[in-house]
Design a protein around this ligand. Structure first.
Ligand code: ADP
Ligand code: MG
Length: 255
């Protein structure tokens, strides 16, 4: 898919850590309704890009516009509210909470219940709480975890934990979902399940940036691919173009 209008536009993103340019003047345009692959060797700046997009790091220089508005310098919570959700390279779940509770944590970001609010709202709080649980369960069903709602997150198999993270990120009702190596460490059947869910997310109108190592996953799933190497974008295009690009073969495939 070529996608619709621009949802995200990054111009000249520079992220400097001491003498290291983890991102070196990177431009990136992501179109609505697409799965945008972000690939590159280890240490090429992929996770840094997600950290910059979500406000964990403020870029040293450069512009980031999301739905036409600058998000540079906004705190992570505000960027999340603006519609950018993410998962992390390493699973970050609340292990002793159930799958359902983990998704509720994501939802409460929007419901924003605190004790004062409970006192003021009274019965309305209970109604909202019930609605939140129903929605959390809906999200678990969406990623195929409906039957595991009451399992503690730490007891779920690794592949299911990755899906739970996606459900929690979706609780924010994002326009853009950033996935940092969601397929890393998964078995082939788990990867297949994950990719089906990623496509389903896109088909619901959510745009995705997918960081991925496996070239075959990128090829079968992404609409567009950008390639980073030493913090610079060295190629961009359709998966088939990227696969045959000389620079990419040299840098990424270790040729
Ligand atoms: P990738 O996700 O592509 O493997 P990263 O974005 O994690 O790469 O890292 C890119 C480079 O930036 C690496 O050299 C890494 O060590 C460095 N880097 C990332 N975060 C920091 C940080 N907070 N402080 C210093 N260096 C960092
Ligand atoms: Mg990374």
């Amino acid at each position: 898919r070529s996608g619709g209008e621009e949802l995200l536009r990054v111009k000249g993103a520079l992220m400097q850590f001491g003498g290291l340019r983890a991102l070196n003047e990177v431009d990136l345009t992501v179109r609505r309704g697409t799965i945008h692959g972000l690939i590159g060797p280890n240490g090429s700046g992929k996770s840094t890009m997600l950290n910059v997009l979500t406000g964990i790091y403020v870029p040293t220089a450069g512009a980031i516009e999301f739905v036409g508005k600058s998000v540079v310098g906004l705190p992570p919570a505000d960027i999340a509210s603006a519609g950018i959700a993410r998962t992390f390279q390493n699973v970050q779940l609340f292990g002793e909470m159930t799958a359902l509770e983990n998704v509720l944590v994501g939802l409460h970001h929007t419901f924003d219940s605190n004790l004062a609010e409970v006192a003021i709202k009274g019965p309305r709080w209970k109604r909202e709480e019930r609605a939140a649980r129903a929605r959390a369960l809906g999200l678990l069903n969406f990623v195929g975890l409906g039957d595991l709602a009451d399992e503690e997150a730490r007891n779920l198999p690794y592949g299911k934990q990755r899906l739970l993270e996606i459900a929690r990120a979706l609780a924010l009702d994002p326009m853009l979902l950033l996935l940092d190596e969601p397929a890393a460490g998964l078995t082939a059947p788990d990867i297949k399940e994950l990719l089906a869910i990623i496509r389903k997310v896109r088909d619901h109108g959510i745009t995705l940036i997918l960081i991925e190592h496996h070239m075959d996953v990128v090829m079968s799933t992404c609409d567009t691919v950008s390639v980073l190497d030493f913090g610079q974008k060295i190629a961009e295009g359709l998966p088939a173009e990227i696969q045959s690009n000389e620079k990419v073969i040299t840098a990424y495939l270790g040729g």
